[in-house]
Design a protein around this ligand. Structure first.
Ligand SMILES: NC(=O)c1ccc[n+]([C@@H]2O[C@H](COP(=O)([O-])OP(=O)(O)OC[C@H]3O[C@@H](n4cnc5c(N)ncnc54)[C@H](OP(=O)(O)O)[C@@H]3O)[C@@H](O)[C@H]2O)c1
Length: 307
């Protein structure tokens, strides 16, 4: 990828897309193509085709998607499966039709089988039943991976698929229904602090184990892999370490400086008991995450306060 290559960033205002945008700018890539959701609705095939015809992108980091936490996935399963299938189908097919040199697709660690052995190796994909709360989302994402592989096999395209773990960082989604655990906890503890609430309730038992990657490390991995990775097989991107939701909550509480109590509500769903990626494949290629969890949360909280 040259510094002058035409690089299209669908979803450039989201958590991942905005981190990629900042990273590519920092690295001196000068021809970045971006459109907001209102300017270009990626579920509309005609609009996507017209965009490709006019702009002829050479590289694509596909970071546009319908993304959300347990509650949003449970409430809007049709939106999750329809919008993700439509967005990725339109972009992947156009990438083939308009001779895009390389496309990077984002899967997710939450599309591995619910009870797969830990840490999750790439070969566990499709080896068992999915987590029911986000099955429509997972099926759409798995379809995206399979499309990339099928186009590579039939048409000789160069489409790669990454499996990032849970992400967090600047521009995360803090709307209650859509948010992931990290954003939800930052918002909860911040509100409890400013409103001087005596306690904070946290969904679930606090025992599930999760891994968190700072989104700027993911952006770094995306640039690394678009240069170095050519295989159709998926590749995990994570830190290779996990913590319990309880430990995470207490760390966020400390960073925010909330002095009240914290209690866990076991009547609310926990989701998958553990989600930890085996990151030996990407480590063997020479990449590993650089930002500590504490430092990442501090940066994220500062950004939350500013925005
Ligand atoms: N967040 C995580 O923890 C995580 C973990 C693993 C993998 N991933 C993957 O990373 C990718 C990006 O996730 P994210 O967390 O960055 O999501 P995000 O913050 O919600 O960003 C998604 C972006 O896509 C845009 N978008 C959605 N529908 C669109 C449409 N129809 N037309 C045009 N733009 C549209 C959104 O714009 P609007 O907001 O204007 O709709 C938003 O800018 C996804 O593929 C996700 O599966 C995320």
């Amino acid at each position: 990828m040259k510094k002058t290559s035409k690089i299209y960033l669908p979803g450039h205002r989201g958590l991942v897309g905005s981190a990629l945008y900042r990273k590519l700018q920092q690295e001196g890539y000068s021809h970045l193509l971006v459109r907001s959701h209102t300017e270009l609705d990626l579920t509309r095939q005609k609009q996507v085709e017209s965009f490709f015809e006019k702009e002829q992108p050479e590289y694509i980091f596909l970071a546009a998607a319908k993304v959300g936490g347990i509650s949003a996935n449970n409430t809007y399963p049709a939106d999750f499966i329809y919008q993700n299938l439509a967005i990725q189908t339109n972009i992947i097919h156009c990438a083939y039709q308009f001779d895009v040199k390389k496309l990077l697709f984002l899967g997710s660690s939450c599309i591995y089988p619910k009870l797969a052995p830990q840490p999750l190796k790439e070969e566990y994909l499709l080896s068992g039943k999915l987590e029911p709360t986000n099955e429509p989302y997972a099926i759409s994402k798995i379809t995206g991976i399979k499309m990339c592989q099928a186009y590579n096999r039939q048409y000789g395209t160069s489409f790669i698929s990454l499996m990032p773990t849970n992400l967090f960082g600047p521009n995360d989604n803090y709307h209650s229904e859509d948010s992931h655990v990290m954003a939800a906890l930052i918002k909860k503890f911040h509100q409890a602090k400013t409103e001087q609430k005596p306690s904070v309730e946290i969904w679930g038992t606090g025992t599930p184990r999760r891994e968190f990657l700072f989104v700027e490390d993911l952006a770094d991995a995306c640039l690394f892999l678009i240069e170095k990775y050519t295989d159709s097989e998926i590749i995990n991107v994570g830190v290779g370490e996990d913590i319990t939701i309880k430990e995470l909550a207490l760390l966020i509480k400390e960073i925010i400086g909330y002095k009240g109590d914290t209690y866990f509500n076991p009547d609310k769903p926990d989701g998958t008991p553990q989600k930890l990626l085996d990151v030996s494949k990407i480590k063997n290629l020479g990449w590993s995450a650089k930002t500590s969890l504490k430092r990442g949360i501090e940066i994220t909280y500062q950004h939350y306060l500013k925005s």
